[in-house]
Write a new protein. Structure first.
Length: 87
């Protein structure tokens, strides 16, 4: 199936994770997305990689998109239920 965007985002593929424009994204993306990318970059080298699962909440300063900054955030990494086969 073809990926498509929504009102908030237009999907775009990046060959290098360092090229992802985090400064143009919502402030919480810099927390969870970098954690996710780091996990899968490391786990791709293992024969049985583990899924990354976490619970998180983000509390933003008033002002919505105009401020786009967080007051607080909490991320708890949960133990994976099972491993999945590597590539």
């Amino acid at each position: 199936s073809q990926r498509r965007g929504c009102d908030e985002i237009e999907p775009k593929w990046f060959q290098n994770a360092y090229d992802i424009p985090l400064h143009q994204m919502f402030a919480d993306d810099t927390v969870w997305l970098t954690m996710l990318l780091k996990h899968y970059d490391t786990s791709m080298q293992q024969p049985m990689r583990q899924k990354l699962m976490f619970d998180a909440w983000f509390h933003f300063h008033p002002g919505g998109e105009g401020t786009n900054s967080m007051r607080h955030h909490f991320v708890q990494v949960n133990r994976p239920v099972k491993s999945v086969p590597g590539p």
